[in-house]
Write a protein that binds this ligand. Structure first.
Ligand SMILES: [Zn+2]
Length: 314
């Protein structure tokens, strides 16, 4: 099935074989460093698996190679459009922010599928560092960058600390999505009130009828990544995951991987998982893909082109 991937972290999706080549470490060692177990202690524990791939992402050449290989992996997964996100400041131990963006864009260019970038501000970063990320997004908006995001540990750092940054981004007309409600419902209301059209995860809305109503009323799409949610202990098992309940409550859903390597998954695997454990059908998944196109950070013309590609499979 052709697929739309809207929630994918570049540093969490570094190809294992490429990581082994770049680090000159045995593939099994690389796997141990990068793949999180199916049960982490919590989100913070899961996030430690990003340290090693980020250490490999400090040169122009490596960034280009990693981005290029990721697109090849997405093509193998029958993804026809992907929005790839990362925190650009994580790759600047020697590079400038411009070098980071241009290297990654070089890796994404000349491929069979369309991809765009989302730049992640970080929970825990100070105001000035996150401001740099917004200004970088503004500079490259429409030139490969399509939006900003806020990522990181939501248990430690609440969205309310970052509201003024989002207000600034809104004043610059930069689209945004926000990680919220991944392991706790607290931030979902703040994200809704900010005017987010998409929320990263947002799955804890299932615990609050009021939030469900608000998501529906404001027509907000959730970017849902089941395996990642099981790993961070948001839910105990796949059977406990609320994706089907949310879908049945008419919440718009994009099914994504979050991190292909850290979560040791592909989008095809996630599709198989929700069919097997959550009783979703191919038809449901097709609807999710159509909804995902509606909410992609793309022009109407680009969306129409993607719809045609999906329809070929109908
Ligand atoms: Zn994420």
């Amino acid at each position: 099935m052709k697929k739309i991937e809207l929630h994918l972290h570049l540093d969490g999706s570094v190809n294992l074989t490429l990581a082994s080549t770049l680090s000159k470490l045995d593939l099994n060692i690389v796997k141990n460093k990068m793949i999180a177990p199916l049960k982490c202690k919590n989100l913070g524990d899961y996030l430690t698996r990003f340290d090693f791939p980020i250490s490999l992402m400090q040169t122009k050449e490596n960034l280009e190679l990693i981005a290029s290989k990721l697109v090849d992996d997405l093509i193998n997964d029958e993804v026809i459009y992907a929005e790839i996100r990362f925190n650009p400041l994580a790759f600047t131990s020697t590079l400038t922010l411009d070098e980071v963006i241009t290297s990654i864009l070089r890796g994404l260019s000349n491929k069979k599928i369309k991809t765009n970038l989302i730049l992640c501000m970080m929970r825990g970063y100070n105001y000035d560092d996150n401001l740099k990320i917004i200004n970088l997004a503004k500079k490259y908006l429409g030139k490969g960058v399509v939006a900003i995001d806020l990522a990181g540990d939501e248990k430690k750092y609440k969205l309310k600390e970052y509201l003024s940054l989002f207000e600034y981004a809104k004043s610059l007309n930069i689209p945004f999505t926000i990680h919220a409600g991944e392991t706790d419902k607290i931030d979902i209301l703040s994200a809704i009130n900010l005017g987010a059209r998409r929320i990263g995860h947002g799955v804890f809305s299932i615990t609050d009828d009021n939030l469900i109503q608000k998501l529906r009323k404001k027509d907000i799409l959730l970017e849902v990544c089941p395996t990642s949610n099981i790993q961070t202990n948001a839910f105990n098992t796949y059977l406990d995951h609320p994706i089907k309940k949310l879908y049945d409550l008419n919440i718009k859903i994009n099914l994504s991987t979050d991190n292909m390597t850290v979560s040791n998954t592909t989008l095809e695997k996630e599709y198989e998982i929700v069919k097997k454990y959550n009783n979703l059908t191919d038809l449901d998944l097709l609807k999710m893909n159509k909804d995902s196109i509606d909410y992609a950070f793309l022009s109407d013309l680009e969306k129409e082109e993607l719809r045609k590609q999906l329809d070929i499979l109908d």
